[in-house]
Design a protein around this ligand. Structure first.
Ligand SMILES: NC(=O)c1ccc[n+]([C@@H]2O[C@H](COP(=O)([O-])OP(=O)(O)OC[C@H]3O[C@@H](n4cnc5c(N)ncnc54)[C@H](OP(=O)(O)O)[C@@H]3O)[C@@H](O)[C@H]2O)c1
Length: 279
């Protein structure tokens, strides 16, 4: 059977940052987009900002709620089909491993990892019936190179990478493409939206003096991050590719990070990470 043309895309976390840019870009390129997110107001503003608002269907969806998958059949019923799922919704959890609150870690895994798994499970039978499709997961260079105070986040993105690679093998026989995009720093609202978790009060923490320096350096990186449109274009590239690669890195810092993690001795990489981020 010839591969179907992939025209209808469901994007999670569409209200801000990379998800928003992806919806606007794909809509402008002729795709039908279901923009799923938590904030109805932001989704309506996304639709209003599109030059082709008729191509965008806003859909309220909180991926942190395990019950959100029950909405997938209704989405398919309303828009006719979902050819591509872009699992983008996610946030950073900041906190030193020793001090992380376990409920916060569980919520981090729920949104950044388990939601991807659940939504993928919900769309795969539909894609298989249609003869193909694509699942594109937004990972992070943190899967290769975690930074201090981002241990839980890095763990979700490493697991997401592993999940994507295995899912790709499993879905290959059904013509469903799977790829993970691993950006370095992107100029989105990621830093502003991150959740801070610690069961110790600020100055009581033995990490307090280093944390300030780390925060300043991280903020500097985020000002000079890549345009979210670069991730959006990579999503389109994967949708159009007959044989997409298993993973795509976005941004110079992302490229350097992945190269270093693959080819340099681990001790050297850890030393450089300490020097760059903690002085
Ligand atoms: N920015 C970076 O430097 C960077 C680098 C590598 C990877 N990433 C990844 O890129 C993805 C998008 O992040 P971003 O950079 O665009 O950050 P962002 O500007 O903070 O946007 C995050 C988006 O995810 C949504 N979201 C968070 N929790 C959600 C939930 N429970 N249900 C539904 N939507 C939820 C947010 O929705 P609300 O508007 O409702 O909060 C928002 O639309 C994330 O997976 C992130 O890990 C980002």
């Amino acid at each position: 059977m010839p591969a179907p043309e992939l025209k209808s895309v469901l994007v999670t976390g569409a209200s801000q940052g990379i998800g928003r840019a992806t919806c606007l870009h794909l809509a402008s390129r002729g795709y039908q987009v279901v923009a799923a997110g938590r904030s109805k107001e932001r989704l309506l503003s996304l639709k209003a900002d599109s030059q082709t608002p008729e191509s965008i269907t806003p859909w309220e969806l909180d991926v942190g709620d395990p019950g959100c998958v029950e909405q997938v059949p209704e989405i398919i019923r309303q828009v006719g089909r979902v050819d591509v799922l872009v699992n983008n919704a996610g946030y950073g959890l900041r906190g030193y491993v020793e001090e992380l609150d376990m409920a916060a870690v569980q919520a981090q895994f729920e949104t950044n990892l388990f939601a991807t798994l659940r939504l993928s499970q919900a769309v795969i039978p539909h894609m298989r019936e249609n003869g193909g499709g694509a699942i594109i997961n937004i990972g992070s260079v943190s899967a290769h190179l975690g930074s201090p105070s981002a241990g839980a986040y890095a763990a979700t993105k490493s697991a997401l990478r592993s999940l994507s690679l295995v899912l790709r093998l499993e879905l290959h026989p059904f013509g469903i493409k799977v790829a993970v995009i691993e950006p370095g720093v992107v100029r989105a609202n990621f830093l502003r939206n991150q959740v801070v978790s610690s069961w110790r009060e600020g100055e009581e923490s033995p990490y307090a003096s280093r944390a300030k320096k780390l925060e300043e350096r991280t903020a500097r990186f985020h000002h000079s991050g890549a345009d979210p449109l670069r991730v959006a274009r990579t999503v389109e590239r994967i949708i159009r590719a007959k044989h997409p690669r298993p993973s795509y890195v976005v941004g110079i810092d992302g490229g350097i990070g992945v190269f270093a993690a693959r080819f340099l001795p681990e001790r050297l990489v850890q030393y450089c990470t300490r020097r760059v981020l903690m002085g």
